[in-house]
Design a protein around this ligand. Structure first.
Ligand code: NAD
Length: 241
């Protein structure tokens, strides 16, 4: 794996968007570390086809994140691009949400980003190069009804992105985030076909997005050396910022 130009570590790589990102980066000859929490079998077929490596990690657990990076650095040497893509949603009335449910959403969506980024940065700072891509959401740009914890956790990711872009820019490290709109992945499996149709109708481009379109944005952010601190909307015009 050492002969490749750049290496990327993608969390949540067994999911819809993470898997598409792994395929897109592999296509561009990146060394790809696919990090899975559940269903590693969903990553293995792609890994076999592309030469990606599969790792297991719950990003909300500090000791697992440490083990993950130690193993990934042993396999790849240096992680050039970290994509903090793992995330969970919780839909329902705010007043029905338990503290444990609130904390789980933040543990994955916010603490997980903190833990992986804090572990990835020191080697990047030493080498004076690196790129962090966080996957937020358009609901992090504008809070959504019945998604209070999700919206708050994804807004935190945008704040963290902007703060780190300023703090790490002088070290040659870029930090950006992607704010997808409604994308066709298992995360939206709880929406009914009627809900999806309504969301598509509310989108100026008249449809929901594909994981590949989000993956394309991640590649752009990884490759463009003059973009940092941005929250890039991939939402068909649903939210205009
Ligand atoms: P998905 O459910 O298919 O994938 C989510 C991935 O995160 C899965 O691989 C899951 O195993 C992983 N994950 C969950 N908890 C984890 C943990 N504790 N540790 C490590 N991994 C964990 O959903 P997706 O749509 O592919 O979501 C990817 C990202 O995109 C998420 O951060 C999500 O919030 C964001 N997003 C999705 C949409 C959408 O419409 N699908 C819109 C905006 C943002």
């Amino acid at each position: 794996m050492g002969g490749r130009a750049k290496n990327v570590l993608i969390t949540g790589a067994s999911g819809g968007i993470g898997r598409a990102m792994a395929a897109a980066f592999a296509e561009k000859s990146y060394g790809v570390a696919m990090v899975c929490h559940s269903h590693p079998e969903r990553a293995r077929d792609l890994a076999e086809k592309t030469g990606a490596a599969v790792f297991s990690c719950d990003v909300s657990r500090e000791e697992e994140v440490e083990r993950l990076f130690a193993a990934a650095e042993e396999a790849f040497g240096f992680i050039d691009v970290l994509v903090n893509n793992a995330g969970i949603s919780w839909r329902g009335l705010f007043t029905d949400m338990s503290l444990a449910e609130w904390e789980r959403v933040f543990a994955v969506n916010t603490r997980g980003v903190f833990l992986c980024t804090r572990r990835a940065l020191p080697p990047m700072i030493r080498r004076k190069r690196g790129c962090i891509i966080n996957v937020s959401s358009m609901w992090g740009q504008q809070g959504a009804s019945c998604e209070a914890a999700y919206s708050a956790s994804k807004a935190a990711v945008i704040g963290l992105t902007q703060a780190l872009a300023q703090e790490e820019g002088p070290s040659g490290i870029r930090v950006n985030c992607i704010c997808p709109g409604v994308i066709d992945t298992p995360m939206n499996g709880i929406l009914s076909p009627a809900d999806i149709t309504a969301l598509a109708q509310d989108t100026p481009l008249g449809r929901i997005g594909t994981p590949e379109e989000v993956a394309h944005a991640a590649l752009f952010l990884a490759e463009n050396e003059f973009v940092t601190g941005q929250a890039l909307g991939i939402n068909g015009g649903f939210l205009l910022r």
